[in-house]
Write a protein that binds this ligand. Sequence first.
Ligand SMILES: O=C(O)CCC(=O)C(=O)O
Length: 260
Amino acid sequence: MSVASLGKNQSELFVRDGFVVVSGLIPPSTVAATRAALLEEHSAAAQAGAANDAARVIRLTQLTAPCRTDAMEDAAAQLVGPRFLRGVTYSPYLESLGTEATLYPGFIPVLRDPQPGPRAFAPPTSYHIDGMHRVSVLPTSLYLIVFVYLTDVADYGGATVVRPGSHRQVYDYWRAQATPNTGVTPDLEYAAPLPVTGKAGDTIFMHYLMVHSGSANRADSVRVGLNTSVVPDPAHSYTPRTGAPTADWTPLDRTLAVAE
Ligand SMILES: O=C(O)CCC(=O)C(=O)O
C-alpha cells in the first residue's frame, strides 16, 4: 500500500480541532476481513455468554494487528514526528480490566450493539481524556489516540464524539495550574459535541489531550470500531517548541508551542 501523505489542510485541522479523519490507510480487503472476523467472534461470544475479560481482548488484538498498516504509521509520523513505537498500543481500557500497562500489537476492538431509540444523535452526558491517570501536560505516555471504523458510521450510529479544540483548552488550563491533572477531565466551556461520521476504513487521529466519548448506536447493525494509541519512544522525551514556527515543526509541536 502506498505511503499516505497528509494534506496541508489535514495537518491544519489537527492543529486547530485536535483530531483529523484520514481515509485510505488500510486496504479494503483487510477492513472487510477484520470486520468479518470480529463480528463472528462477537456473535459467538454473545451466544456463549463469554465475559469481556482481558484474556479475550488480548486475543482479539491479534486479529486486528493487520489494520495497523505502514501507511497508518506514516500518517502518525507526519502528525507527531518519528519518535514513537510502531505497531503497538498502550490501552487504558485493558489496564482497567486488570492488565499491566503493557504494550500490545494492533488495536482494541470496540463493538457497539444497536440500542433502542430514535434514529438521531444522542449527545453523551460524560466525556473523558484517555488514560487520565497517566496523562501529563506534555506527552509522556501517549501522543495520539487512534480510532478506526470498520463499518460505515452515521452520527446516530455509535459515532465517536469529540469536543473540537479541547486539546488546546486542556493544555492551557493545565499549564496554568500549580498541580495539573488531578485525574479528572477538566470541566471547561468546550465546543459543542461533534459526532465524527465516517466510512469503513476511516481512521481518526486524536491529540492525546482530546476530550471525547463514545455514543449510543441507534442504527440497526453493530458498529465495529478499533482503538489504538501512538506511544512516545521512551528513549526520547518531548520538549515543547518555542519561538516562531519553522518548517520542521510537526502539527503536534504546533499544538504544544509555548511563548519564549
Ligand atoms: O468507541 C468509541 O467511539 C469511543 C470510545 C472511547 O471513548 C474510548 O475508548 O476512549
